[in-house]
Ligand binder design. Structure first.
Ligand SMILES: Cc1ncc(COP(=O)(O)O)c(C=O)c1O
Length: 344
């Protein structure tokens, strides 16, 4: 007699596949959480009946120690998204202007709308680089200006000296959101010295996340840091009980597993270099991307190419496509899609 099988539980459709080589649209990490992070999470689930810390003070201290800054310089949010909204809520009034590039991370136009800001856009050049002069000009009458480094969707970075010149040009009353959601993919030489920048430029807020290199997109945890005075203003907008215990515990576990995570980050970086080199051999130009994605300007019918291969990538209005770097299997699928389309 066969035993009755339990009905599969659908969890309201809330459990995406952890491993999915076709999921290349959201710049997620292809690796599921490390065993040590998973076991910390399982432990955390056992106390889900309890609230998390009222304000995430212990995580603030942990992040401050990691960054080499003071506690009052750090704020924490539900992903970088939460931190960005916290900044906009604390520092802007409806009707203020925010300077964004086009294209940029899709979230920004939505955040601007939520905060009832007026978006002023500055186009990137053909290689996906910022026109920092034009952005500084536009920032003269704006309350906030956003600079993503590496940029999404192009993955490009502006040279350190150019960024510093840009920051020096922005008025102290205009906040610069320096979005470093992908900073961990940069080599030390490519990084800005943000710890000293926020002290030299007290209008700069650096925003980072555990969603990308640390692979915790589903747990919604990110942070920002800035000069102490601004940090205190932003901490006043810290949502009580706003960061769930799973995110707090998993972020702490990531720092204990830094070596293993750095290894994964190196694998993703190597895969990106390989993907770009192979695309180039196929005659496909991609921008000089330094994060966990590549950007293909709209010179081919990318929607058709990737849809017909069953690959989910992010498409742009001008025909460009942003492809997340996944495992070797994903790279093969992307290259096969591109070369098959070329033969048709
Ligand atoms: C440039 C940039 N900033 C912020 C975010 C938001 O990330 P999070 O998941 O931490 O909210 C993203 C996500 O794709 C991003 O690309």
């Amino acid at each position: 007699m066969s035993m009755p099988q339990p009905e599969p539980v659908d969890h309201c459709g809330y459990l995406p596949a952890a491993v999915d080589p076709s999921a290349l649209a959201l710049n997620e990490n292809p690796f599921p959480p490390l065993p040590s992070v998973r076991s910390a999470l399982v432990e955390a689930l056992g106390s889900a009946n309890r609230y998390p810390e009222f304000l995430p003070q212990r995580m603030r201290s942990l992040l401050a120690a990691q960054l080499g800054v003071r506690d009052e310089q750090v704020v924490i949010g539900a992903g970088a998204t939460g931190v960005i909204m916290q900044v906009l809520q604390a520092l802007t009034e409806p009707g203020d202007a925010i300077v964004l590039t086009t294209p940029t991370f899709d979230g920004y136009p939505i955040f601007a709308q939520m905060a009832r800001l007026r978006s002023v856009t500055v186009p990137l050049d053909v290689h996906g680089h910022h026109d920092l002069e034009a952005m500084a000009d536009a920032a003269r009458t704006a309350r906030v200006v956003v600079l993503c480094r590496p940029h999404n969707p192009t993955g490009t970075i502006e040279p350190v000296a150019d960024v510093e010149r840009f920051l020096a040009r922005v008025e102290p009353g205009t906040t610069v959101l320096l979005d470093e959601a992908y900073v961990e993919f940069l080599s030390p030489a490519e990084r800005l010295d943000t710890r000293s920048l926020v002290l030299r430029f007290p209008n700069v807020v650096v925003v980072r996340t555990f969603s990308k290199a640390y692979g915790l997109a589903g747990l919604r945890i990110g942070y920002g840091f800035c000069a102490p005075e601004l940090g205190r203003r932003l901490w006043n907008m810290q949502l009580p009980f706003g960061i769930g215990v799973t995110g707090l515990v998993a972020a702490a576990a990531c720092y204990r597993a830094e070596d293993e995570l750095q290894h994964r980050i190196r694998i993703i970086g190597a895969e990106r270099r390989r993907l770009r080199a192979q695309l180039s051999k196929l005659g496909v130009y991609s921008t000089d991307a330094r994060a966990n994605f590549v950007y293909l300007p709209g010179v081919r019918p990318w929607r058709e190419v990737f849809d017909s291969a069953g690959l989910r990538v992010r498409h742009y209005a001008d025909g460009g496509a942003r492809v997340t770097v996944g495992t070797r299997q994903s790279t093969r699928a992307v290259l096969t899609a591109v070369s098959t389309a070329a033969l048709r």
